[in-house]
Design a protein around this ligand. Structure first.
Ligand code: NDP
Ligand code: BG6
Length: 511
């Protein structure tokens, strides 16, 4: 429970004494909040974390007594740090009032401490500076965001827990993927983190779970009587989860080459979507109930077989570079930048239904979507009006995660007018027109706010992670051991043709 968590942290702090345990956990009238970004000089901090923190601050969603600390090895003054992040802050809607003023007050709450991840001194100084800012409140709550490469996760966590965790409130730690490279390394990381933190304190982020349409997936399923009765092998022919980017590794080749697209996107983002899509209805909306259902469905899946995978790597096309042209990628690398996988769930609901996951970089366009293809209408009265290609006329539900968020259902409809001709039309919910979707919060905003509120629904539990790695580790090891050469595809194309053969093996056409 929360008190035990606090006590555990208290015991691990270098500072003396714990105080004020009688205060409620989120009593913001008497508590401060410090958000510390480790790796604050890096790409993710600038691109996502500080803009999301500012958006929450601007919307008035953070406690009144909040401050933000950057920590990294790069030497910088507070002023230089503020200048660095000032350039990243935006107000989502240009016409919003007081944006510049809010940016200014936000920046005044930002501080920077230089230090190493593997030495205590920097964390001790950080702790002193945080305590100074927190002094007006009896209770200080602290969030650490590990926006650093995985090789320094454990050192940084140990030093943060020992030297800079809160003495008077809770401390929560957000961990970014990669959570290891396979089952063993993930277990090692979990054990390492567990030496310093309790499971309650760890927030494993999968930012796809913070996306609007993914949040909506369970709403769509469990609060509409029209979908759930169709959500099974009786009515669904196949499900596709597609992630496509129209750019390559762009300077992240060093990181990417060690992981590849299966670890970078499929084993986490797409598998999480699949788990939410296929799980049974949870007992409640409580984080533990939802995550227990996700674990159940992950554990019901068949371990991915090498026969059910196609891997690809982009090659140059015109001026567009090959993966191997990236100077941070080792010569002759076999790392996959594209993969298509067929997965199966061995339970009564989904037996025999292919779930096809596809992810790739340097493809023809950037989008992510879920496509649900339904079965043929039995004894279809209108078959003679629809031609011989039955697949072209089955219903399809598309959930477009990004860009231009949308949910649409393809239905057969009579073409208006005399005569009887059928064609496919859409029942169409476009977020942009229905909800002014240019105002949608970024996934990191939702997730950071959940950490402040201690809501773990959208974070990965340790057993979920273990189940996810169990599904992919044998395949990943086999690809490496057998030095499987990826099928080359031109930059900007739809990916290797092998993906079509894989889908065809299960009677599926990619949407
Ligand atoms: P960066 O490579 O930019 O690293 C962040 C900071 O860590 C750097 O500014 C640097 O700060 C420090 N650092 C870099 N390399 C090392 C090293 N070898 N040893 C010690 N410190 C180092 O990472 P990102 O910001 O891109 O990502 C942060 C984390 O988030 C990573 O775990 C990444 O995998 C994950 N992630 C990133 C995404 C992205 O879009 N960028 C998306 C999803 C996850 P300094 O030298 O000042 O200490
Ligand atoms: C990250 C991957 O987790 O997700 C990146 O590491 C990928 O390779 C990114 O580009 C995609 O996120 P989004 O939100 O831009 O679709």
């Amino acid at each position: 429970n929360a008190a035990d968590v606090d006590n555990k942290l208290c015991a691990s702090s270098l500072d003396q004494g714990c105080q004020d345990y009688n205060l409620p956990v989120n009593d913001w009238a008497h508590s401060s909040l410090s958000v510390v970004v480790l790796g604050a000089s890096g790409d993710l901090a600038k691109k996502k974390i500080f803009p999301a923190l500012f958006a929450l601050y601007y919307e008035g969603l953070l406690p009144p007594n909040v401050q933000f600390f950057g920590y990294a090895r790069t030497k910088m003054t507070d002023v230089a740090f503020r200048e660095m992040i000032a350039g990243t802050l935006t107000c989502r809607v240009n016409s919003r009032e007081r944006c510049l003023e809010a940016q200014e007050t936000f920046l005044q709450r930002c501080f920077y401490q230089a230090g190493s991840y593997d030495q205590q001194q920097g964390f001790i100084s950080l702790n002193t500076r945080m305590s100074g800012q927190e002094a007006s409140m009896p209770r200080a709550n602290r969030i650490f965001f590990l926006s650093i490469p995985p090789n320094v996760f454990l050192d940084a966590t140990g030093n943060a827990a020992d030297c800079a965790s809160s003495r008077t409130g809770w401390t929560r730690v957000i961990v970014e993927k990669p959570f290891g490279r396979d089952s063993d390394s993930s277990k090692e990381l979990a054990e390492g983190l567990g030496r310093h933190l309790s499971e309650e304190q760890i927030y494993r982020i999968d930012h796809y779970l913070g996306k609007e349409l993914i949040e909506n997936l369970t709403v769509l399923r469990f609060s509409n009587s029209v979908f759930e009765p169709l959500w099974s092998r009786q009515h669904i022919r196949n499900v596709q989860v597609i992630f496509s980017e129209n750019f390559g590794t762009e300077g992240r080749g060093g990181y990417f080459d060690r992981y590849g697209i299966i670890r970078d996107v499929i084993q986490n983002h797409l598998l999480q979507i699949l788990a939410l899509f296929a799980m049974e209805q949870p007992v409640s909306l409580d984080a533990e109930d939802i995550r227990s259902e996700k674990v159940k469905v992950l554990r019901s899946m068949k371990v991915v077989s090498a026969e059910d995978v196609v891997v690809g790597q982009y090659r140059a096309k015109g001026n567009l570079p090959a993966y191997l042209d990236d100077s941070t990628v080792p010569v002759g690398s076999l790392t996959e930048t594209f993969a298509a996988v067929a997965m199966f769930i061995d339970n009564a609901r989904w037996d025999g239904v292919p779930f096809l996951l596809k992810a790739g970089k340097a493809l023809h366009k950037r989008y992510a979507e879920i496509r649900v293809q339904f079965r043929h209408v039995p004894g279809n009265l209108y078959r003679s009006k629809q031609g011989s290609n039955l697949d072209a006329h089955t219903n399809e539900l598309v959930i477009r995660i990004q860009p231009k968020e949308a949910i649409y259902l393809k239905i057969n409809n009579k073409v208006p007018g005399l005569g009887l001709r059928l064609d496919t039309s859409r029942l169409d919910l476009q977020y942009q027109s229905a909800f002014a979707s240019n105002d949608l919060p970024d996934a990191y905003e939702r997730l950071l706010l959940d950490v402040v509120n201690g809501d773990k629904r959208l974070f990965i539990r340790a057993d979920e992670l273990e189940a996810a790695w169990n599904l992919y580790t044998p395949l990943l090891h086999a690809l490496e051991k057998n030095k499987v050469a990826p099928e080359l595809y031109p930059y900007g194309s739809r990916g290797p043709v092998g993906a079509h053969y894989l889908a065809a093996k299960y009677g599926v056409r990619w949407g």
